[in-house]
Design a protein around this ligand. Structure first.
Ligand code: INI
Length: 154
């Protein structure tokens, strides 16, 4: 018989750290509240969440790495917002954030979620922070819960 492994979406007592960039905080704040709300709606207790603030998306990977290495968390979620229109170094900030967050997961074995909006315009960013295209923070939390539960089975 085929073995199929998949994580469910029950938060249970998963300990999750959220690293949040202050840059574009009027949008990253929306990502954070949606992530917390999603955790609670999936049965989690807010006391199991730790929120850490960093200056910008460039700083997300280092702090996520320290949190993952601490052994205290089942998953680390990174929340940020990089908008091409408003930065000359968009590619560097977005690229380093994506690459670094990927390394956190691969090097520690702790799921590291990419809840960073990378948008060409402010309007696109707003759409991904709770307007027309869902909320990247809520999506990242759902993915975190699924990965934690999946990894328990492996
Ligand atoms: N940080 C972001 O999170 N989003 C951005 O759009 C952004 N822009 O536009 O530059 C940004 N820059 C700051 C960067 O993340 C670092 O905090 C800064 O360079 C100090 O290392």
């Amino acid at each position: 018989m085929t073995t199929i492994l998949e994580g469910d979406l029950l938060a249970g007592d998963a300990k999750i750290a959220l690293v949040v960039a202050r840059f574009n905080n009027f949008l990253t704040g929306k990502l954070l509240s949606a992530a917390v709300d999603t955790y609670k709606r999936h049965g989690g207790d807010e006391a199991n969440l730790t929120v850490v603030h960093v200056p910008g998306s460039f700083e997300l990977p280092l702090t996520a790495m320290k949190l993952a290495q601490s052994g205290k968390y089942d998953a680390v979620i990174c929340l940020g917002c990089v908008i091409r229109g408003s930065t000359g170094h968009y590619d560097h900030v977005a690229g380093e954030a994506a690459k670094g967050i990927g390394q956190v997961g691969l090097q520690t074995g702790v799921p590291a979620l990419f809840g960073v909006i990378t948008a060409d315009t402010l309007e696109q960013a707003i759409d991904r922070a709770g307007a027309k295209q869902g909320n990247q923070g809520a999506n990242a939390m759902l993915s975190a819960i699924e990965m934690v539960n999946l990894h328990k089975q492996i």
